[in-house]
Ligand binder design. Structure first.
Ligand code: FAD
Ligand code: SF4
Ligand code: SF4
Length: 1012
C-alpha cells in the first residue's frame, strides 16, 4: 500500500503533490531547502506532518503544503516574503481548535503554539500585557494572576487555544455579557504583512489617516487608504447591515472600526485583524488591555420542564446583571448523564428536568455573591427558600418558569458545573453513530428577546428536514450552539446540511441576528456572508482583503472567498461520501458499543482537548503531548493518522512498521483519553488492536514476546533468587540487557523474592479470619509483581483485609490478569488467560466471593478490558465483583471495622491512570483520610513507566520526560511521603533523583497496614 516515502519532505518524491509552487528560478525540492535556509525553526514537509495539520476541530480537511514552526518574527517574515514571491499561500495557526475550518488550508502552515508562545511583559501603568501569539490564554492569565488582572476573552478551550487564534477568530466566551470580544482588547500588534514586511499596527487618529493613506503606495499605505475608504464610503452601509449585537463575528469587523472612530476619534488597524481568520496579516506579538479578576463568583442552576421555558426566562434573568447565562437542553443533559464525568451533576437535577440555565454572578464579597443568587431566586423561583438577607433586589414582572435550582458557592462545585457546560460541544460529539452533531450552523446569535421565536422557527426547519438538534449555549448574549444531526457519509446528508445552513441564515437575517456569534466564518459560513451582509458589503470585504493581501496568499477562502470569489461549505469535507474505509484487517476485539471499530477510528472530531498541559488542564490525557508539546504525540494526532490511513487520505499502511513507529509507538496506553477525551476516544484499545493485527501479519518481536510473558519471567526470577537479583545487579548487566533485549540500561530491574506471596500465604496456613466467621470473602488475585517481587504489598493487603474482618484466599489457577500481554497487542494470548481466569473465578463469584487486586492495572483489566475480549455473562459477573483493594474497602465500608489509627502523616497520592480512567482512584484517598492520614491527591498524568513501556531503551527518554511532570508535582506538594498503588509508578518514582522516596514509595495499602 505504502508506495512513497512518507517521512520524506522532498515534494518531488510525492506523486500526489499538487503544490508545485516553485518559480522558474527555484528547482524542486528547493521549496523545503530554501525555507530551511531562511528560518531557525523546524520545517517539516513530510506526509505525516502534513496530514496532522490537515484538520482542526471542524468538519473540514485540507492538506497543507508543509508546516513551519517559527521561532521569531524574522522566521515568519522570511517565510511570508519567500511565499509571497512565489504565490504560495500561507496559513497562521494556533491551537487548531477552530470549528469552522479557518485553521486548515492548502498553504504553508505556520504553527505558533510550538515555539512562539512566550509572555513578553506587563506594563503596570497602562495595565496591558504583551505576548507572542502562541501563548495559551490559560498561560497568559497565569502570568497576570499576581496582578489581579486577566485577559478577558474566555473561549471555552482557553487552556488549549492561543492568543493569536483568539484574535484571529475575535473570540469571546461565556462572559461576554461583561466583556468585549478580542478586538476590544487589542491595543497594538506587531504584524507581518502579506509581502513579508514587518510593521506595528495600533491607534491612529482619524485626522492623521490621510497622511498615511496612499492607494498606490506600499502595502501599509494601501491598508490605511482602505480604512479611509471604509470611514468615508461605507459607514452608512455598515450601520445598516451590521446587526446591533455584541456577538457577531461574521465578516471583517467594520463595526468596531466605526465604533472606535466615533468614540475615540481614532482607529486601530490591528483591530481589523481580529476576526480576520489569518486572511489580512500575521500577528507575531500583541499588546492587549486587561480586566480585573472578580473577587467572588456564585452560580445558580435553574431547572425547567421545557427548553422554551428556559428561553423565555433569559431576558428577565438578564435584568439581574449576571456575568453569564448558559442554557443546556434535554439532549445535552441526557448525553451528559451518560458520561462518567458528569452523571453526578445531572443526577442532582430534579426528576423530569428538561433544561437548565446556569446563571453566574460576579461579586466583591461572599455575602454579596450569596445575596445576588438569593435575589435571582426570589424573583425567578419564588418557591425557593427566602434569602437570609432581605432580597430587595431586582424583581421583574415576567411569568415564572423555573421549577427548581441548584446553587454553587465553593470553587469546586462551581468549577464542576462549568466544566459540564464547557464540555458541551465534545459531549455531543461522543455520539458513535454515522449521524453526528457536526458544527456548521452552530453559533448563531439572536437578540435575547427573539430567542424563543427563533428557536421555534429553527425547530420547524429541523422538523421539516426530519432531524434533531440540541440547544445549549451562551443564552445571555443570545448565542445558541445548535448542531442538527446529519451524516456526511452520503450525498443526501451533505445536501441536507447545506439546506439547513441556507434556511437558518434566512432566519437569522429575519430576526436581526448573526450567522456566527462566536466561532467565525471559515469554510462553513463564509459563503453566507454574501446574503447576510448583501453584495455591496461582500464586495467591500473583498476590497479590504485585496488592500491587505493583493495576491490573496494569506489563508485564501475564509471570510470573503478566494481570489476567484469561491467558497462552498460542502468542499473539503473531512468525512466525504466517497470515502472508503479499509482497516486492512478484521478487528479481534469487541467494538459493539463503539459503533464498530470504524466508529472508534472516526470518533475524534479534532477539538484538541488532548492538547492541554498539566498545570492548566490537569487530568491524564495526553501525557506524551504534555511531555513533548508535539501534535503528533497527542491523542488527536494519533486518531487523525489512524483514520486517514484507513480511509485512504494518508497513503500509509497502518500495519507497516514505519506507520506504527510514527503514530502509535509512543502512546503509553494509559487510557487517559478514554476518560478525559469528552468523546471517549480509546487510543489504548485502538493501539492494542492495531498491534495485534501487525503481529498477525509480521510475527511477534522479541520485546513483545518478552514483556508479554511477564508471569513466566517473574516465576523464573523468583525461583532463581537471589542469584537472579545478583545477575541483574552485576556491572555491565544493564548494558547487556540494552544490547541484547532493548531494555534501557538506566533501569533498575525488579528484585525477585525467593518466597512468593502465595508461598508465604500457604506457609502461614491461609487466612486468619475463618470463612464461617466472615461477612465478606475475598479472592486476593496475586499478579506477578505482587506475587514474586513486591510481596510486601500483598502481605499488607492480607493484613488490612483481615483486620477488616474479611476472609482471604488466594485463588487457584489465577495469576496474571493478562495485562502485560494485552498492552503488547497479544490479544489471542490475553483472551486465553482471561478465559482461564474467568473459568476459575466465576463459580466462586457465584458463591458470593469477591475478587481483589492490589495492582490497579490488573483490577481494571478484569473490570473493563475483559469485556472487550470475552463478552460473556460469567466474565461480566466476575468484572462486576472485582475491585482494587482500597476500592473494595471503601465500597463495602470496611475501613471502620479495621480500626486504623494513623498519626496524621501527610501523603501525596499519585493515582494509577487506568483506575482514573475508570473513575475508581478516589477510593484510596477516602480510605487513607479516614485512616488518619492527610492526603494531597495529585492531579497527575501517567507516571511514564506504563507497565513495560518505560523499560524499553527506545522509550526511556519519553518515559522520563513524562515522569518529569509527576516529579514536579511531588516536589510542589507539602506532603511528607508519596504513595502510589501502581507498581510501575512506584518503580519510576524510586528511580528519580529529584523525588525523595527513601526506597520505593509505599502502596496505599501498606500505609493502611502501618496504621493498624
Ligand atoms: C470545544 C470547543 C469550545 C469552543 N468554545 C469557544 C468559545 O467559547 N468562544 C469562542 O470564541 N470560540 C470557541 N471555540 C473555537 C476556538 O476554540 C476559539 O475560537 C479559539 O480562540 C481559537 O484559538 P486557536 O488557538 O485554536 O486558533 P486556531 O484555530 O489555530 O486559529 C484560529 C484562526 O486564527 C488565525 N490565526 C492564528 N494565529 C494567528 C496569528 N498569529 N496571526 C493572525 N491570525 C492567526 C488562524 O489562521 C485561524 O483562522 C471553541 C472550540 C472548541 C473545540
Ligand atoms: S482525541 Fe478527543 S480530546 Fe482529542 S481532539 Fe479528538 S475528540 Fe478531542
Ligand atoms: S492512551 Fe494515553 S498516551 Fe495514548 S493517546 Fe490516550 S492519553 Fe495519550
Amino acid at each position: 500500500m505504502a508506495t512513497r516515502d512518507l517521512r520524506s519532505d522532498d515534494p518531488s518524491t510525492d506523486p500526489d503533490a499538487d503544490y508545485d509552487y516553485t518559480s522558474d528560478s527555484v528547482e524542486r525540492p528547493g521549496l523545503v531547502d530554501d525555507l530551511r535556509e531562511r528560518v531557525d525553526g523546524d520545517v517539516r514537509f513530510d506526509s505525516y506532518t502534513r496530514q496532522l495539520y490537515a484538520t482542526d476541530a471542524s468538519i473540514y480537511e485540507a492538506l497543507p503544503v508543509g508546516v513551519v514552526f517559527p521561532t521569531s518574527t524574522d522566521d515568519v517574515a522570511a517565510v511570508v516574503s519567500y511565499c509571497a514571491d512565489r504565490g504560495i499561500p500561507v496559513l497562521p495557526r494556533g491551537g487548531g481548535t477552530s470549528l469552522a475550518g479557518q485553521a486548515v488550508n492548502e498553504a504553508v502552515v505556520l504553527d505558533f503554539k510550538h515555539a512562539m508562545n512566550g509572555f513578553v511583559g506587563f506594563d503596570p501603568e497602562a495595565e496591558t500585557a504583551r505576548a507572542q501569539p502562541g501563548i495559551t490564554l490559560a498561560a497568559l492569565n497565569d502570568e497576570l494572576a499576581a496582578h489581579g488582572l486577566k485577559y478577558a476573552p474566555d473561549p471555552a478551550w482557553g487552556d488549549k487555544s492561543v492568543l493569536g487564534g483568539a484574535i484571529g477568530n475575535n473570540s469571546t466566551g461565556a462572559h461576554s455579557l461583561q466583556y468585549e470580544k478580542a478586538d476590544g482588547y487589542l491595543e497594538s500588534a506587531e504584524v507581518v504583512l502579506a509581502d513579508g514586511t514587518v510593521t506595528t499596527l495600533g491607534w491612529v487618529d482619524t485626522d492623521d489617516l490621510d497622511a498615511l493613506a496612499d492607494p498606490d503606495g506600499d502595502l501599509e499605505a494601501r491598508i490605511y487608504a482602505d480604512l479611509r475608504r471604509l470611514l468615508d464610503e461605507e459607514a452608512d452601509r455598515i450601520r445598516e447591515r451590521f446587526p446591533d449585537l455584541k456577538r457577531n463575528v461574521s465578516g471583517y469587523n467594520y463595526d468596531r472600526l466605526l465604533a472606535d472612530a466615533e468614540a475615540h476619534g481614532a482607529v486601530n488597524a490591528a483591530r481589523l485583524l481580529a476576526g480576520s481568520e489569518g486572511t489580512l496579516g500575521i500577528i507575531t506579538e500583541a499588546e492587549v488591555s486587561l480586566e480585573p479578576v472578580p473577587a467572588e463568583t456564585a452560580v445558580a442552576m435553574l431547572t425547567y420542564d421545557d427548553v422554551r421555558d428556559a428561553m423565555q426566562d433569559v431576558a428577565p434573568v438578564l435584568d439581574h446583571d449576571p456575568s453569564a447565562v448558559e442554557v443546556m437542553d434535554d439532549v445535552f443533559l441526557d448525553l451528559a448523564r451518560d458520561t462518567d464525568e458528569f452523571a453526578d451533576v445531572v443526577g442532582l437535577l430534579p426528576d423530569g428536568t428538561d433544561s437548565t440555565l446556569l446563571v453566574e454572578f460576579y461579586a466583591d464579597s461572599p455575602a454579596e455573591a450569596r445575596r445576588r443568587v438569593a435575589d435571582l431566586l426570589a424573583d425567578r423561583l419564588p418557591s425557593a427558600t427566602p434569602a437570609a438577607d432581605p432580597p430587595g433586589g431586582t424583581t421583574t414582572d415576567a411569568p415564572v418558569h423555573a421549577v427548581d435550582a441548584l446553587e454553587a458557592y465553593d470553587d469546586d462545585r462551581q468549577a464542576h458545573f462549568w466544566k459540564m457546560r464547557k464540555a458541551g460541544l465534545p459531549i455531543l460529539l461522543s455520539r458513535t453513530s454515522d449521524e453526528k452533531h457536526y458544527p456548521y450552523i452552530e453559533d448563531t446569535a439572536i437578540p435575547a428577546d427573539h430567542l424563543p421565536a427563533f428557536v421555534a422557527d429553527f425547530q420547524a426547519i429541523l422538523d421539516d428536514l426530519d432531524t434533531v438538534a440540541s440547544y445549549y449555549a451562551h443564552a445571555g448574549p443570545g448565542v445558541l450552539h445548535v448542531r442538527p444531526l446529519v451524516t456526511l457519509a452520503d450525498e443526501a446528508g451533505v445536501a441536507k446540511m447545506a439546506e439547513i445552513a441556507d434556511r437558518v441564515t434566512d432566519l437569522v437575517v429575519e430576526y436581526g441576528g448573526a450567522v456566527s456569534g462566536e466561532h467565525g466564518d471559515g469554510r462553513a459560513r463564509s459563503q453566507w456572508n454574501r446574503k447576510f451582509y448583501g453584495e455591496d458589503l461582500w464586495a467591500s470585504f473583498r476590497r479590504t482583503k485585496a488592500a491587505f493581501d493583493p495576491d490573496w496568499i494569506l489563508n485564501p477562502g475564509p471570510v470573503c472567498g478566494d481570489a476567484a470569489g469561491e467558497i462552498d461549505m460542502t468542499d473539503h469535507l473531512r468525512v466525504a461520501p466517497d470515502d472508503e474505509f479499509d482497516a486492512g484487517f478484521d478487528p479481534a476485539l469487541n467494538w459493539d458499543t463503539e459503533n464498530g471499530f470504524r466508529g472508534m477510528t472516526e470518533l475524534c472530531h479534532g477539538c484538541a482537548g488532548c492538547t492541554g498541559h498539566q498545570d492548566t488542564t490537569g487530568g491524564v490525557m495526553c501525557p506524551t503531548y504534555r511531555a513533548a508539546n508535539e501534535e503528533t504525540l497527542s491523542t488527536r494526532g494519533r486518531a487523525n493518522m489512524l483514520r486517514s490511513a484507513m480511509n485512504g487520505h494518508l497513503p500509509a499502511d497502518p500495519l507497516d512498521d514505519e506507520f506504527l513507529t510514527e503514530v502509535l509507538d509512543l502512546c503509553v496506553g494509559c487510557k487517559g483519553c478514554k476518560l478525559d477525551c469528552p468523546s471517549g476516544v480509546d487510543m489504548a484499545k485502538l493501539k492494542t488492536e492495531v498491534k495485534h493485527a501487525s503481529h498477525q501479519a509480521d510475527g511477534v518481536g522479541v520485546l513483545d514476546r518478552l514483556f508479554g510473558h511477564t508471569e513466566a519471567l517473574f516465576h523464573l526470577g523468583s525461583a532463581l533468587a537471589p542469584v537472579s537479583n545478583w545477575a541483574t545487579a552485576l556491572p555491565g548487566a544493564g548494558a547487556l540487557a540494552e544490547k541484547t533485549l532493548g531494555i534501557a540500561a538506566e533501569r533498575d530491574l525488579p528484585t525477585f523474592r525467593r518466597e512468593s506471596l502465595r508461598a508465604w500465604f500457604d506457609a502461614r496456613g491461609g487466612s486468619r479470619v475463618p470463612e464461617a466467621a466472615a461477612e465478606h470473602t475475598v479472592l486476593l488475585a496475586p499478579d506477578p509483581y505482587t506475587n514474586y517481587s513486591t510481596v510486601a504489598v500483598g502481605k499488607a493487603a492480607v493484613r488490612v483485609l483481615e483486620a477488616a474482618g474479611v476472609h482471604v484466599a488466594l485463588p487457584d489457577g489465577v495469576g496474571t490478569s493478562g495485562r502485560p500481554a494485552y498492552s503488547r497487542g497479544l490479544i489471542d494470548r490475553t483472551r486465553r488467560i482471561a478465559r482461564e481466569n474467568v473459568a476459575a473465578l466465576a463459580p466462586k463469584v457465584a458463591d458470593g466471593w469477591d475478587v481483589v487486586y492490589v495492582e490497579p492495572s490488573d483490577a481494571v483489566m478484569v473490570q473493563d478490558d475483559y469485556h472487550d475480549l470475552l463478552s460473556s455473562a460469567p466474565a461480566a459477573s466476575v468484572a462486576a465483583n472485582t475491585y482494587g483493594v482500597c476500592e473494595y474497602l471503601d465500597r463495602h465500608g470496611l475501613d471502620a471495622a479495621a480500626g486504623f489509627d494513623a498519626d496524621g502523616e501527610s501523603l501525596a497520592y499519585h493515582g494509577h491512570c487506568h483506575q482514573k480512567a475508570q473513575q475508581r482512584d478516589h477510593h484510596a484517598v477516602g480510605v487513607l483520610r479516614r485512616a488518619g492520614y492527610e492526603v494531597d491527591p495529585l492531579d497527575s498524568t501517567c507516571c511514564g513507566m506504563a507497565g513495560s513501556f518505560g523499560y524499553e531503551a527506545e522509550h526511556y527518554s519519553m518515559s522520563q520526560a513524562i515522569a518529569d511532570i509527576l516529579a514536579d508535582q511531588v516536589a510542589d506538594s507539602d506532603a511528607d511521603t508519596v504513595t502510589a498503588p501502581g507498581s510501575s509508578c512506584r518503580s519510576q518514582l524510586s528511580e528519580r533523583d529529584d523525588v525523595d522516596t527513601d526506597g520505593a514509595p509505599p502502596h496505599p495499602v501498606q500505609k493502611l497496614a502501618d496504621a493498624l
